[in-house]
Design a protein around this ligand. Structure first.
Ligand SMILES: NC(=O)c1ccc[n+]([C@@H]2O[C@H](COP(=O)([O-])OP(=O)(O)OC[C@H]3O[C@@H](n4cnc5c(N)ncnc54)[C@H](O)[C@@H]3O)[C@@H](O)[C@H]2O)c1
Length: 325
C-alpha cells in the first residue's frame, strides 16, 4: 500500500518501543498498533504469561515483539528488563508507561468509607501509578539519553483534571503523573536534548482489568460516576452501521465543499476496536483511503465537562475549483 506523504512523516519503522503494562487492555492495543507500524515492541508486564501471549500473537502476524516479566514498582526488575531489551535490540527509542490502575480496596463504597481505606491498598495504587512511571523513566530514560532523541509517553487520566467519585488516591496519583510529565519534559529538553519529547495522554473511561469492578455492576450493567455523585444512565446510544454512517458523513461534507481533497481526521481508538470486533477494519481503512483521510487515533473528545468516546472529528479540505470541473 502506498503511504500518504503525511503518513511517511510519522514513519516509526525500525524503532524500539518499551511498553510497561503492555499486556493490559489499552497498552495491548497500542503494542499491536506499533507492531503494525514495524516497531519492535518490548511488552513489559507483571503478568508475564499475558505479555508472552501478546508477543507471540504479534510475531505470528509478522511483527517483532518480546514479552518481558517486569514489576515497575521494583527498580532491579526494571533494570533487568532494560538489560533484556538492549541485549535484544541494542537501544530504546520510545517508552510508553502504561502500567497503572486502581484497586477495589482503594475505592470507597457504602461498606468501605474513605476513613477506613487500608494504607497498604492506598500505597499500592499510589506507587504503581507514580513510582512505576517515575522509575521506568529513570531506568529507560538513561538509555535513551545516549541517542539524544527519544519519546516518552506517560498515561495519566481524565481523573487528573477532575477527580471523580470514590477513587481518591488513583486521582491524586494520576494528577502527579501529569505534573511529573511536564517537569520531565522541561528537564530533559533543557539538560540533555530538545529532541527528547515527554508527553502524557489522559484517557476517559474504557473497561480494563484494573477497573472492571468499578465500571460494571455484578449483573454486567454499567456503573457511571462523575465529579459530583455517582451518575445515572438516561440515554443509551444505539449504534449505527459504522461504515455506512461514516461514508454518509464524508459524502455530505464532500457535497458541501465541492469534493474532498484531504481530511485530517482524529478517530477515537474505540471506533477502531469496534471496527476490529465487527471485522470491518479493512473496509473502514479502504473508506478512509478513498476519501483521503489521514491523521491520528485519539481517546475521544472533551466536550465542556463531558468526555465523549467513539468520535471522529477532523478538518476537511475541498478540491480546487479547477479539480472539480
Ligand atoms: N481503563 C480506563 O478507563 C482508564 C482511564 C484512564 C487511564 N487509564 C490508565 O491506562 C493505563 C492502562 O489501563 P487499562 O485499563 O488498560 O488497564 P489493564 O488493567 O487492562 O492493564 C494494566 C496492565 O498493567 C499491568 N501491571 C499491573 N501492575 C503492574 C506492575 N507493578 N508492573 C508491571 N505491570 C503491571 C497489568 O498486569 C495489566 O496488564 C493505566 O495506567 C490506567 O491507569 C485507564
Amino acid at each position: 500500500m502506498n503511504k500518504h506523504p503525511a503518513q511517511s512523516m510519522f514513519d516509526l519503522s525500525g524503532q524500539v518501543a518499551v511498553v510497561t503494562g503492555g499486556a493490559g487492555v489499552l497498552c495491548a492495543a497500542i503494542c499491536r498498533c506499533l507492531a503494525e507500524q514495524e516497531v519492535k515492541v518490548a511488552i513489559l508486564d507483571i503478568n508475564n504469561q499475558a505479555a508472552d501471549r501478546l508477543a507471540n500473537e504479534i510475531i505470528r502476524v509478522g511483527g517483532e515483539a518480546i514479552g518481558i516479566s517486569c514489576d515497575v514498582c521494583n527498580r532491579p526488575s526494571l533494570e533487568a528488563a532494560a538489560g533484556q531489551v538492549t541485549g535484544t535490540w541494542g537501544r530504546v527509542d520510545l517508552l510508553i508507561n502504561g502500567a497503572g490502575g486502581n484497586r477495589p480496596l482503594a475505592t470507597t463504597r457504602p461498606e468501605l468509607s474513605f476513613f477506613d481505606l487500608p494504607a497498604d491498598a492506598l500505597e499500592a495504587v499510589f506507587n504503581l501509578n507514580i513510582m512505576g512511571t517515575i522509575m521506568a523513566c529513570q531506568v529507560f530514560g538513561r538509555l535513551m539519553m545516549a541517542e539524544k532523541k527519544a519519546t516518552i509517553l506517560n498515561i495519566s487520566s481524565m481523573n487528573a483534571f477532575r477527580p471523580l467519585t470514590r477513587i481518591p488516591v488513583y486521582s491524586a496519583a494520576k494528577a502527579g503523573v501529569s505534573n511529573f510529565t511536564q517537569w520531565l519534559a522541561v528537564h530533559l529538553a533543557q539538560e540533555y536534548s530538545p529532541a527528547i519529547r515527554v508527553n502524557a495522554i489522559a484517557p476517559g473511561f474504557f473497561v480494563g482489568e484494573q477497573n472492571r469492578s468499578l465500571l460494571m455492576n455484578e449483573d454486567g450493567s454499567l456503573s457511571f460516576f462523575c465529579a459530583i455523585d455517582e451518575g445515572l444512565v438516561f440515554t443509551v446510544a444505539r449504534p449505527q452501521d459504522m461504515l455506512r454512517s461514516t461514508e454518509e458523513a464524508l459524502d455530505a461534507i464532500g457535497d458541501e465543499i465541492g469534493g474532498i481533497d484531504l481530511v485530517i481526521g482524529f478517530d477515537c481508538v474505540l471506533r477502531r476496536l469496534d471496527a476490529e470486533n465487527r471485522q470491518i477494519r479493512h473496509q473502514m481503512e479502504d473508506l478512509y483511503q478513498r476519501y483521503g483521510v489521514v491523521g491520528f487515533h485519539t481517546y475521544g473528545e472533551q466536550f465542556n465537562a463531558m468526555h465523549l468516546n467513539q468520535t471522529l472529528t477532523g478538518i476537511a479540505f475541498g478540491k480546487r475549483a479547477s479539480q472539480t470541473r
